[in-house]
Design a protein around this ligand. Structure first.
Ligand SMILES: Cc1cc2nc3c(=O)[nH]c(=O)nc-3n(C[C@H](O)[C@H](O)[C@H](O)COP(=O)(O)OP(=O)(O)OC[C@H]3O[C@@H](n4cnc5c(N)ncnc54)[C@H](O)[C@@H]3O)c2cc1C
Length: 591
């Protein structure tokens, strides 16, 4: 190319690029830990001091990766989804899935560098001399998912499969599977998954048609699994009905299905095709045909579903965390847009109407953060033997899954709108966040199924809400730095929400209110947690303003035709703290 054409080319490039400065940047390049005031404030509250001290550099490193390299890889992996090859080049039915190099690099970060799958089962991950507490594991998931959502499914389901094998499998099976599954060597480790759903039933698990036959001294599975995420995992946990077993959920047994047999050959099942999905496009979900595949019975043959529910509940908690993470990414994106885009001569964050939208995005983000950290700390306390903690975790798990996953959809759409038209364009992360948000209300139980679990089982059968109510009352008593009038209002709302849930649980005719009752439990619980957190040393006291917003926006009747001075702007919405006066406009500083 001669000098003239180079200079012509440069000029035309300059021409093409002109105007780029008008567009707001995106969150790429940020450290998602460093900019997350809520997370940084709360982790020292929910983690033991020495754990926090040891782990903080890893939170920081992952925050930087999530805004940097991981973010780049996630963009590429979304655009280059996995491809199924049904046969090998010799025509053998040895299906295999081809992943883009960006996905493989993310696997190295997740399974090799951070060892997410093993970190709460054994020492050694992140240099820790013992397994990580649940709070730390879920905080790390939260940071990772701000960049990449799809891969968190294989990561989490490997973690939860290990849990089931450790808890229910006999010693021989544990000895066979666990060393491979707990390995940190990405090239040779065995990853796990969970296949339950069939065409006959996703919610209605009792309708499962896959059968198990005991043939020549081993179990063999026959059937057709309709939704199989992480389709090419090395070990799949699944439910099947042994020949002659009862109908419905009672007759289901739990099996571990290896992809390869002990002799190295492929097991007798095939991935028939991959799903063409709205979201989670980096990760392979497929359909599986089982044709006499060898499987190992896990635990008690009569307790398949009961055992599998442990995995479902762990996945539900992780799904809640993933929704919280994606919402945080949406908020980060909305904030850089709001600060970087100008319209009508002003930066758009200067407009009260836009700030109100930002607050409506921020509130569910912070609610979900408090809820998942409190749930994870209940898990840690339950492991340490605290009597009330198992019940608290029991009810918080479906609450978080139900509400945070629903909120994620609204938040993703809200953040897209803040970016304007570019938010709809696939070059920007918002479009992916909108697509990915929707799966949360489907897998591991739809909103209805989770709401019914909360109300009919956790409240109605187990009475788990009572432990939660007692814990919240104690926290509110501890929050003496917050004005008593506000705490009393919170006490009142909690009582009302818990009464509502009990009424719905007690009367089958009230079932149609299960979602509303579950939402009230979620909102009152999260408001109480944020109030308590705000009262703790080192936590931004303005968190109580978010608690106040939850009460006003989610738990109080409002007249749409006579709105009160909006909480975000009006002087009426001031909270007087013991040491200082804070008004809601200050909340901008929280974001
Ligand atoms: C991308 C993707 C990946 C997936 N990966 C996996 C996987 O790896 N493993 C796996 O096992 N499954 C997986 N699933 C399946 C998922 O868990 C199910 O789709 C989900 O549980 C819903 O089941 P279903 O599709 O059969 O819907 P249905 O159960 O038919 O539900 C249809 C509607 O009926 C409602 N409904 C059902 N029963 C009731 C009731 N009693 N009261 C009120 N409403 C009710 C539901 O809320 C829903 O709105 C995946 C799904 C998707 C989309």
């Amino acid at each position: 190319m001669d000098a003239l054409s180079i200079s012509r080319n440069a000029a035309s490039n300059e021409g093409r690029g002109r105007g780029a400065e008008h567009l707001a940047p995106d969150g790429a390049g940020q450290n998602f830990y460093a900019i997350d005031r809520g997370l940084r404030d709360l982790l020292p509250l929910y983690l033991a001091a020495d754990d926090f001290q040891k782990l903080e550099p890893h939170f920081d490193r992952l925050g930087e990766l999530a805004g940097g390299r991981l973010d780049e890889l996630a963009r590429m992996a979304d655009k280059h989804p996995p491809v199924l090859h049904p046969r090998d080049r010799f025509g053998r039915d040895e299906d295999w899935i081809d992943y883009h190099s960006s996905y493989r690099e993310m696997e190295n970060i997740a399974f090799g560098d951070f060892q997410f799958h093993a970190m709460s089962h054994r020492a050694g991950a992140l240099g820790m001399e013992r397994p990580l507490p649940a709070v730390a594991k879920y905080a790390l998931q939260y940071l990772f998912v701000q960049a990449e959502f799809g891969l968190m499914c294989p990561i989490s389901v490997t973690d939860t499969s290990i849990h089931l094998i450790r808890k229910f499998a006999d010693k021989a099976l544990q000895d066979y599977l666990l060393p491979k599954m707990l390995s940190g060597d990405v090239a040779t480790m065995w990853k796990g998954t969970q296949f339950m759903t069939e065409r006959a039933g996703g919610s209605d698990v009792g309708a499962i048609e896959t059968t198990a036959r005991f043939e020549d001294g081993e179990w063999r599975l026959y059937g057709d699994k309709w939704f199989c995420s992480h389709a090419d995992a090395d070990v799949a946990l699944m439910l099947a009905r042994p020949d002659g077993a009862a109908e419905g959920t009672k007759g289901l047994a739990l099996f571990a299905l290896p992809r390869r047999l002990k002799n190295g050959r492929r097991n007798a099942y095939r991935i028939v095709r991959l799903k063409d999905k709205l979201g989670t496009r980096s990760m392979a979900s497929g359909e599986i045909l089982l044709d006499g595949a060898v499987a190992y019975l896990v635990g008690d043959i009569d307790a398949g579903l009961k055992q599998m529910m442990e995995q479902v509940n762990l996945s539900r908690l992780s799904h809640g965390v993933r929704a919280a993470a994606m919402m945080r990414r949406c908020l980060n994106e909305a904030m850089v847009c709001a600060r970087g885009r100008r319209a009508f001569g002003h930066t758009i964050i200067d407009y009260a109407l836009l700030r109100r939208q930002l607050l409506k995005i921020a509130m569910p983000v912070e609610q979900s953060l408090s809820m998942f950290l409190f749930a994870a700390s209940a898990m840690d306390r339950a492991h340490a033997g605290a009597a009330d903690a198992a019940n608290i975790l029991r009810i918080l798990t479906p609450l978080l899954k139900f509400r945070a996953c629903r909120d994620n959809i609204t938040v993703a759409t809200g953040a897209m709108e803040v970016r304007g038209g570019n938010g709809y364009i696939e070059e920007w992360v918002n479009a992916r966040l909108v697509r990915d948000a929707h799966i949360g209300v489907l897998w591991e139980g739809t909103s209805n199924i989770n709401a019914l679990d909360i109300i009919t089982r956790a409240v109605g059968k187990s009475g788990a809400h009572r432990a939660l109510g007692a814990a919240l009352a104690k926290l509110l008593d501890e929050a003496s730095a917050i004005p008593a009038a506000f705490r009393n209002r919170l006490h009142g709302k909690i009582r009302q929400a818990f009464d509502f849930a009990e009424r719905v649980a007690a009367a089958p005719a009230q079932e149609a209110h299960a979602r509303a009752a579950a939402s009230s439990l979620y909102h009152s619980t999260s408001a109480a947690l944020m109030c308590w957190e705000a009262s703790r040393p080192g936590v931004d006291a303005r968190r109580a303003l978010l608690a106040r917003l939850v009460l006003d926006q989610r738990l109080s009747a409002r007249n749409p035709l006579e709105p009160e001075a909006f909480d975000c702007e009006g002087g009426a919405a001031e909270l007087i703290f013991a040491e200082r006066k804070v008004s809601l406009p200050e909340i901008a500083g929280l974001l």
